[in-house]
Design a protein around this ligand. Structure first.
Ligand code: CA
Length: 365
């Protein structure tokens, strides 16, 4: 109000100078961001770096965020804790790493048989997802922003083939988030291990199988050398959203233009990371097959059993926790409703184009 009345009384001649005055009053800020990802995984780590770089650009260098890779100042699976306590002002992570604290954190990343990347964005930005999840994050002294998506993932690397449900019994499988609880219902023994330690665990036989992301990242981690059966689809991750978490007090203290910069930088990071995977995964998949990866589809009975187990688990969690129920009902309503539209338009378009394009290149598409 004060500035508006000043501009009004000062006249049109001073209007151009006024924004510069307002900018000069914005403070220089130096924040630290803890990433859950190592620098070697450049799409995942790079999303946090892109977020920081965009904020510096949007604020003419006044708001600087220094990015630390997994383990540099915070262990990779404790980014939420570090942001909650204020050890760092912000972090970049996958919220489903924290389902042990509250199962509803999964909605901020993905749930088995949940949303694809398009649907996740729709529910988050326009379907009430962000607002509902803020209730959860507030309990942990954080404010969250979608900031990256891998798209649909692969089902991971197995030392031996999975031909039936019987082959899952006792299988020590590195799998993150609530998906581990679903597969546990089928006899799997889920393990949560950070990406940086996965290859060694698989090589030593500490685990029998490991899922990570998809061809681009999986190639970097070298799994093909120690577990050649590469399964699809990653039915527990039809997409996987990453998030920027900001400490709630630090967020409240931010000048409004910096809050807008955080929102915009996170949103751009969200789109850009998904695009990176969508231009890199196909070449990586081809190279992995040349390097000896044996592609296998999960048997249908395995997927059907997992589907049943997943929704039994969600119903149980909803009965036990009112906030999980509140978020789940919104998510489920959007998910089920969106299928009508996606089936009519997207699925028929995609199915026709993939089949036709493949025919025209002699089946080598
Ligand atoms: Ca994964």
């Amino acid at each position: 109000m004060k500035r508006r009345s000043f501009l009004k009384s000062a006249g049109a001649g001073l209007a151009l100078a006024a924004p510069a005055v307002a900018r000069a009053q914005l403070p220089e800020l130096h924040w630290r961001l803890a990433s859950s990802f190592p620098k070697s995984l450049d799409a995942l780590y790079g999303a946090g770096a892109n977020f920081a770089q965009r904020i510096a650009q949007l604020t003419e260098g006044r708001f600087q965020i220094r990015v630390f890779a997994a383990g540099e100042i915070v262990p990779p699976l404790q980014v939420l804790d570090a942001v909650q306590s204020g050890t760092v002002e912000c972090g970049h992570t996958a919220s489903y790493y924290y389902v042990g604290k509250h199962p509803a954190f999964a909605f901020d990343t993905t749930l088995p048989f949940g949303l694809n990347a398009r649907q996740q964005n729709a529910w988050m930005y326009e379907g009430g997802g962000i607002e509902l999840l803020r209730e959860l994050f507030a309990r942990y002294n954080c404010v969250q922003f979608p900031a990256g998506n891998t798209g649909a993932q692969m089902g991971g690397w197995f030392r031996k083939e999975v031909n039936s449900l019987q082959d899952l019994k006792g299988l020590k499988f590195r799998i993150a988030g609530i998906a581990g609880q679903v597969l546990a219902k089928l006899g799997v023994v889920p393990q949560q291990i950070p990406g940086s330690e996965l290859y060694q665990a698989l090589e030593r036989g500490t685990i029998d199988a490991a899922e990570w992301v998809g061809p681009y990242d999986d190639a970097k981690l070298g799994f093909v050398k120690v577990a050649p059966y590469y399964y699809y689809p990653g039915f527990w991750e039809g997409s996987a959203q990453l998030s920027i978490l900001v400490n709630a007090q630090k967020w409240a203290e931010l000048p409004e233009p910096y809050k807008v910069a955080v929102e915009l930088a996170a949103a751009e990071t969200n789109v850009r990371m998904n695009a990176q995977y969508d231009v890199r995964n196909h070449d990586a998949l081809r190279e992995l097959v040349q390097a000896g990866a044996r592609l296998r589809a999960f048997p249908r009975p395995v997927m059907e059993a997992a589907y049943r187990a997943a929704f039994e688990l969600y119903d149980g969690l909803a009965a036990a926790d009112p906030l999980f129920k509140k978020i789940y009902l919104s998510w489920r309503k959007y998910r089920d409703s969106s299928h009508l539209w996606f089936r009519v338009a997207e699925q028929t378009f995609d199915s026709f184009v993939y089949a036709e394009a493949r025919k025209r290149v002699g089946g080598r598409g």
